[in-house]
Design a binder for this molecule. Structure first.
Ligand SMILES: [Zn+2]
Length: 174
């Protein structure tokens, strides 16, 4: 049982989060206990990269008959508890992740927009009408929203520059 940020950004897959079971001596098990475990005294947020959350969730305050973190501690459904701590860790460890995800959403939205424009064109709408609806001139609409790249005017030179791979998040010592 763990949390993965599954949006296709490869470095994010090195960060699998989970509520780690904390034992009586203060160490954690490095896993989320699935078995009935009397020695579990609480939980803290953890990540496969070695990160640990600062907050301790005592079992005395969060009853659990099995030793597994209850939902109030895990917070997966409500976006609270150990899950929200791990999300903040992920944001700090991979600040570019939000850029990746939003760019991906934007690309999907652009594709849908072009398809909608194509449908409108087939229905007989003029480019100037489409442009007016989209908040641009007809000429801009042809250039930006046309689904057939050949009918669009050339965009001028665009140099595709590949960024170097971001540095891997270095696992912290346990
Ligand atoms: Zn991590």
């Amino acid at each position: 049982m763990g949390w993965i940020h599954d949006s296709g950004y490869r470095p994010a897959y090195a960060h699998e989060g989970y509520p780690a079971s904390v034992l009586l001596d203060g160490t954690d098990t490095g896993s989320s206990s699935r078995q009935i475990e009397p020695s579990v005294v609480g939980w803290r947020a953890a990540c496969e990269c070695g990160w640990r959350g600062g907050q301790f969730y005592p079992r005395a305050e969060w009853p659990s008959s099995t030793g597994m973190a209850p939902e109030g501690v895990e917070g997966w459904q409500s976006g609270t508890g150990t899950f929200s701590e791990w999300q903040r860790h992920l944001d700090r460890a991979l600040p570019e992740l939000a850029v990746h995800d939003l760019a991906r959403t934007l690309a999907v939205t652009e594709m849908r927009l072009r398809e909608a424009v194509d449908t409108a064109r087939r229905a007989g709408l003029s480019w100037s009408r489409i442009g007016a609806v989209a908040g641009m001139t007809g000429e801009q609409a042809v250039r930006r929203l046309s689904i057939e790249p050949r009918s669009a005017p050339p965009r001028g030179p665009i140099h595709d520059r590949r960024d170097r791979m971001p540095p891997r998040h270095k696992p912290a010592s346990r």
